[in-house]
Design a protein around this ligand. Structure first.
Ligand code: GLC
Length: 534
């Protein structure tokens, strides 16, 4: 059995604005990423995924694209991009771009034309509707960033649809010319040598042709207005799979590229995004470790269910964090973040790591007046809950002013964490017990051991409700038992039925190695162990 790089490897997400500034403007850029490639290589990751780097007015920090085939001057030039690609490839690192097909910026030339007149040839590239019979928006659809999803255009007297910010009009994928244009965008980057795409809100690309009102969501938590309605007419429509298959066909025109989809969905629906013949996403993102409660039984059930539902041949994947969700160390605490990383890096399936997780970065509280994120600014009452700035702050490289992200005296676009002199790459590189050391130990082991990267997963029952245990097994290779304590209590457990002998390969505590008695395995509070079975 041979496995592809995106099956065996680890994906590392970079939020380019916040990774490394090279020109002293307080915003990260492509030459900055080039400067950090040796570091990235030292993490034993296999691919970097860059959040959008295209020209954009930055209303949604690059997810509002004004030119799909250029580079925003803040980040550099196409020549800088080519250099990044070449330097990454030279180090054996793949480069995945963020493709944002659902919507453009309202400054994109396509939209400027589309809004110019009702009979402009690009009119039908976006979704325009007359006002409701009594006036007002055509239906009740809501923006994920708050308020109606419809904006009135004075010039032409119609509304356009924007499922996100008012500056992000949705493209009309029922128009074949729009599809062709986006497929050519993909070819532009694939021809340049990029290794694949993470496709933004891939589930939303088709909308109900009858534009019916969406029903209220009875399970709404009363906080995030994005989920006040049940998105049965704007999300996950059957027709969306047709476009995804076409996108995949474009990917398959090239050798060994990957397509990852942003898919926040329950397991059964998620599986449909692999496609009936595995001809859609290689990896529809599995966000359960972000969205579920952090509880051993809940997580185990989720892993078991996901494993059981995967179609034959479909490859699993796991994600702990991204630029839209509060950081894992903040959600579950620093001690459990170590356990969570051990889980991520020992489960079956491709792990995706968000920059800074390898040093246990936490959310940085951002006062309202310093927030940038549109959903937070649109809904100031909920800003502290739904705002995404806290998880997008500068990478903490060292103890120098501004954490080595941008030179002293420059104001970074978002504040650096207050505790950065203690939590940064340089400090943690010197400390064998640090999160970074644990991360590297785990990634070295994962790379060396076929059981951990591609081996079978099997859960192991334990009497302790706080403990999740499983084995990883590949043919003709050492087998591993992973035992994770999600709680604050200690446990002594008997695993002698799983293996007669074992030796600790990694412990989250970093102080235990060597042979252990599997009939009386003790586990401290917040402790996780990877055990090589004899
Ligand atoms: C995706 C992105 C998010 C962005 C939204 C609109 O969910 O991850 O950051 O705001 O799409 O493009």
């Amino acid at each position: 059995m041979t496995y592809r790089w995106w099956q065996k490897g680890i994906v590392y997400q970079i939020y380019p604005r916040s990774f490394q500034d090279s020109n002293g403007d307080g915003v990260g850029d492509l030459p900055g990423i080039v400067r950090r490639l040796d570091y990235l290589q030292s993490l034993n990751i296999n691919a970097i995924w860059l959040s959008p780097i295209y020209p954009s007015p930055m209303h949604d920090f690059g997810y509002d694209v004004a030119d799909y085939t250029g580079i925003h001057p803040l980040f550099g030039t196409l020549a800088d991009f080519d250099r990044l690609l070449a330097e990454a490839h030279r180090r054996g690192l793949k480069v995945i771009l963020d493709l944002v097909p659902n919507h453009t910026s309202d400054e994109h030339p396509w939209f400027i034309q589309s809004r110019a007149s009702r009979n402009n040839p690009k009119r039908d590239w976006y979704i325009w509707r007359d006002p409701a019979p009594g006036g007002g928006p055509p239906n009740n659809w809501m923006s994920y960033f708050g308020g109606s999803a419809w904006a009135f255009d004075e010039t032409t007297g119609q509304y356009y649809l924007h499922l996100f910010d008012v500056h992000q009009p949705d493209l009309n994928y029922r128009n074949p010319a729009v599809r062709e244009a986006m497929f050519n965008v993909m070819r532009f980057w694939l021809d340049r040598g990029v290794d694949g795409f993470r496709v933004d809100v891939i589930t939303l690309m088709m909308k109900d042709p009858l534009f019916r009102d969406e029903p209220l969501n009875p399970d709404w938590d009363g906080i995030d207005p994005a989920y006040k309605l049940k998105h049965i007419y704007t999300s996950n429509l059957p027709e969306v799979h047709d476009i995804i298959r076409q996108m995949r066909a474009v990917i398959d025109e090239y050798d060994d590229r990957v397509m990852i989809g942003e898919t926040y969905l329950p397991n059964e629906e998620l599986m449909q995004f692999y496609g009936p013949n595995l001809n859609e996403c290689h990896l529809p993102f599995n966000f359960q470790l972000i969205t579920l409660d952090w509880d051993a039984q809940t997580v185990r059930r989720a892993v078991d269910e996901y494993e059981a539902l995967l179609p034959p041949g479909a490859w699993p994947n796991w994600v702990l964090g991204n630029h839209d969700k509060h950081r894992v160390a903040t959600r579950i605490g620093p001690a459990q973040a170590r356990v969570a990383n051990m889980l991520l890096l020992t489960l079956r399936g491709t792990p995706t790591v968000y920059y800074g997780e390898e040093i246990g970065m936490e959310d940085v509280p951002i006062p309202l007046e310093m927030m940038h994120d549109p959903p937070a600014l649109n809904q100031p009452d909920q800003a502290h809950i739904i705002g995404r700035d806290p998880e997008r702050t500068p990478m903490q490289w060292d103890s120098s002013p501004n954490a080595g992200f941008t030179p002293e005296g420059v104001q970074p676009w978002l504040p650096v964490a207050a505790d950065y002199t203690r939590r940064n790459v340089a400090v943690q590189e010197q400390d064998p017990t640090s999160m970074l050391s644990l991360f590297r130990t785990l990634t070295v082991l994962r790379r060396a051991e076929p059981s951990l990267s591609v081996g079978a997963y099997a859960p192991v029952d334990t009497p302790a409700a706080d403990v999740f245990a499983y084995t990883r097994t590949a043919p003709h290779a050492d087998r591993f038992l992973v035992v994770l304590n999600f709680g604050r209590g200690s446990h002594t457990l008997d695993f002698s039925h799983v293996a007669s002998r074992g030796s600790i390969a990694v412990s989250t505590g970093m102080h235990r190695t060597g042979p252990v008695d599997l009939s009386r395995l003790t586990l401290g509070p917040d402790e996780g162990l990877v055990i090589r079975m004899g």
